[in-house]
Design a protein around this ligand. Structure first.
Ligand code: PNS
Length: 209
């Protein structure tokens, strides 16, 4: 029974089993990786989409998993967020969108995911993400967390800030995909107009540009 010692094969190349023969055998044994990208996605941002696209290139399957019943009071319902993410990922064939409840590690196990994808935008994200990754590892040692960085132009974009800007009637162009921008406008503009009307007696005119 030959023992695979890469250094021996490389040093005695080409007399023993060549890498060209061994590599396909090893590759065949590597498992296909299903990863989950969990989050609140309230709303999905360009940073989320950037990470989904990057993740879809390295994992065989990527499941974007929206947390249901989060304690926060969300701006968009879970089904609205699911609808937006479905539209945003329609062209990515190895990406699917799902929702989950309870412990993320349990959900990952239930769909045979072996990896968790999370984004790190800046050092400030690191502490929370590290804490979460280590706690998840304690809960389920076989589940690996993989961190990826979104494009630097999205490093300051977060769902919370997008909500804040949109709720104050500010522009969110470039921060979120167009479909999300439309949904934000549809959800918030009536309330914003109403607020302006009650303050001034007249609806405020929108500035051009
Ligand atoms: O987009 P978010 O709000 O940063 O995502 C946080 C999320 C949903 C990934 C995290 O809160 C989570 O996994 N919640 C599920 C409950 C759970 O497993 N908690 C333990 C994580 S350490």
């Amino acid at each position: 029974m030959p023992v695979f010692r890469p250094h021996c094969y490389l040093s005695s190349w080409p007399n023993t089993i060549s890498c060209r023969r061994v590599w396909p055998l090893l590759r065949g044994r590597l498992k296909k990786i299903t990863a989950i990208y969990p989050g609140s996605f309230d709303p999905p941002t360009n940073g989320h989409l950037d990470l989904i696209e990057r993740g879809s290139k390295i994992f065989e399957e990527l499941v974007v998993a929206i947390l249901r019943n989060s304690e926060k009071s969300p701006l968009f319902s879970v089904s609205e967020r699911r609808e937006m993410l479905l539209a945003l990922t329609a062209d990515l064939k190895n990406v699917r969108v799902d929702t989950f409840d309870g412990l993320m590690v349990e959900y990952a196990k239930s769909i045979d995911a072996t990896c968790v994808l999370r984004g790190i935008r800046a050092v400030s994200d690191y502490e929370y993400e590290l804490q979460m990754a280590l706690l998840n590892r304690k809960l389920e040692p076989t589940l690996e967390t993989v961190f990826m960085m979104p494009a630097d132009k999205y490093s300051y974009v977060s769902s919370r800030l997008v909500r804040e800007v949109a709720q104050a009637g500010g522009p969110v162009k470039g921060l979120v995909p167009e479909v999300v921008e439309q949904k934000l406008r549809a959800k918030l503009e009536p309330a914003y107009k109403l607020q302006q009307t009650s303050e001034t007696g007249k609806p405020r005119k929108r500035k051009k540009g």
